[in-house]
Design a protein around this ligand. Structure first.
Ligand SMILES: [Zn+2]
Length: 471
């Protein structure tokens, strides 16, 4: 019987932007079972050919699996979505996760970014669902779109009991979504969103009994119904009115917006995503991290690992989210304090900008690794800012710019014996059904690419650590 499952997190090198992926495997690392991507964009990579090696790399490491099980786009800024076109050319998407953001707020982005009428960004911001469906249509498309509703502070209940090993069949993503119909005011507000599913606050998305994703969409201030109606009316004219009138309508919309809504930082929209093993079943799981810098050309030359404490294996992606003290408290309540105590990896908000952070944030999260995805020389923003980096200094800050970074780990299913302590851990640390790196090399290990090759290295490393006390 299988007793192990594996996972990895990968932060790809995209300069000033973010492109993160992760994967779950059953015992055979050549067969990825569940692949996810969080954001895929960069201001450093404007042209599609820049994306090609990275997307090809992801495809290779997925061993030909041309389906992303979960694609999450945190928000609508260029530096988080410019690679999506290239991504959707190569992959089909099973579930696309987007934050529900009302039209009037998306228009805030239009004005903040000075988006022009005829640009792709305009179509995306006005009607994200149609835009993304059209983009994916030439390939296999997107099977379902899930909008994450703003959080009311309710956290998903923790799972009780012990996990059953996931079945052989395809691993699926389940959640307590409801299908939206045309009469739903939220749907009317989100462009052509009939058929999308809505994920309420306090609901997790689960991959079998193995893994959970919890999304957090920070609630924002409200505006009057009159304002919303005026915005909807004018947007209709923008989309379907006479072409020559459109520039005028847009200017009117901008004036209405600026006279009504206080000027806010447009990066305020960003969906947080927590991913990790379903607790508290996992008394024995490990996260490996270290000098695993990875070049786009898959140069895996410099690998040396450390093994983290058990149980603290999860990842929190923040996109360009804000975490002031109040924001942090609300987010913590919405994830549940236990989840945040399990963080192995934190993607630091907004490329390490001081505006999205507060002093002491790092001590509250205490991740094993903190990832800064940015190019300090790009665009005059100089991310990450020194004070943010200093705050995260004890938590292994890693700069992802021209070199990527990856981590991996192992989940050990509790054996039937009464104890799952270090003895059991040692006994299970070297999975008998998984070939060693040496065996892989003999049996055609050179056919393993990208993350699969890297997972083989992790397994070899785990074997070396077999039986040692984990710190
Ligand atoms: Zn950004």
């Amino acid at each position: 019987m299988n007793t192990h499952a594996y996972f990895h997190y990968h932060f790809h090198p995209v300069g000033q932007g973010l492109f993160a992926s992760g994967c779950l495997y059953q015992s055979n690392i050549e067969q990825p079972r569940f692949l996810w991507v969080y954001d895929c964009g960069s201001v450093s990579f404007q042209s599609e050919d820049k994306w090609k090696p990275l997307i090809d790399g992801l495809k290779q490491s997925a061993q030909g699996k041309a389906c992303i099980n979960l694609l999450t786009l945190s928000h609508f800024d260029k530096d988080h979505i410019t690679g999506v076109t290239a991504l959707l050319k190569e992959f089909t998407v099973d579930t696309l996760l987007l934050p529900y953001v009302p039209l009037w707020e998306r228009l805030g982005e239009v004005f903040a970014m000075n988006v022009t009428l005829s640009s792709a960004e305009m179509s995306y911001l006005i009607d994200p669902v149609t835009f993304l469906r059209d983009l994916a249509a030439s390939r296999g498309g997107i099977r379902r779109i899930v909008l994450v509703l703003p959080s009311n502070g309710e956290a998903p209940a923790p799972e009780e009991g012990r996990p059953a090993f996931p079945p052989d069949g395809p691993w699926t993503l389940e959640g307590r979504m409801r299908k939206a119909d045309a009469a739903d005011p939220l749907v009317a507000d989100f462009g052509n969103a009939v058929g999308v599913e809505l994920l309420p606050s306090g609901a997790a998305l689960k991959v079998e009994s193995l893994w959970e994703f919890v999304a957090y969409n920070k609630p924002r201030g409200d505006v009057t119904e009159e304002f919303k109606a005026a915005v909807n009316h004018m947007t209709e004219a923008l989309l379907r009115g006479p072409k020559e009138e459109r520039a005028k309508v847009l200017a009117g919309l901008k004036a209405l917006y600026e006279s009504t809504v206080a000027r806010t930082n447009h990066n305020i929209i960003s969906l947080f995503l927590y991913a990790g093993p379903i607790y508290p079943s996992w008394e024995a799981c490990k996260l490996l991290y270290g000098e695993a810098n990875m070049l786009p050309s898959s140069d895996y030359g410099r690998l040396s690992f450390q093994i983290s404490a058990t149980n603290q294996c999860s990842v929190l992606y923040s996109g360009d989210g804000y975490l002031t003290e109040d924001d942090f408290d609300h987010m913590k309540t919405s994830f549940g304090p236990k989840r945040l105590s399990l963080l192995g990896v934190f993607q630091v908000c907004h490329h390490g900008s001081r505006a999205n952070w507060h002093k002491g944030l790092a001590d509250k999260l205490q991740p094993h690794v903190s990832v800064f995805s940015s190019d300090p020389n790009q665009g005059g923003t100089h991310h990450p800012h020194a004070e943010v980096l200093r705050d995260f200094w004890p938590y292994r800050p890693v700069q992802v710019n021209t070199e990527g970074y990856a981590l991996g780990g192992l989940l050990i299913f509790p054996p039937p014996s009464p104890s799952t302590t270090s003895t059991a851990l040692a006994a299970h640390a070297a999975p008998p059904d998984t070939p060693s790196l040496e065996e892989l090399a003999v049996e055609g290990g050179d056919t393993l690419h990208g993350d699969a090759y890297w997972m083989a290295r992790i397994l070899a490393c785990l074997r070396e650590h077999q039986g040692r006390e984990i710190v």
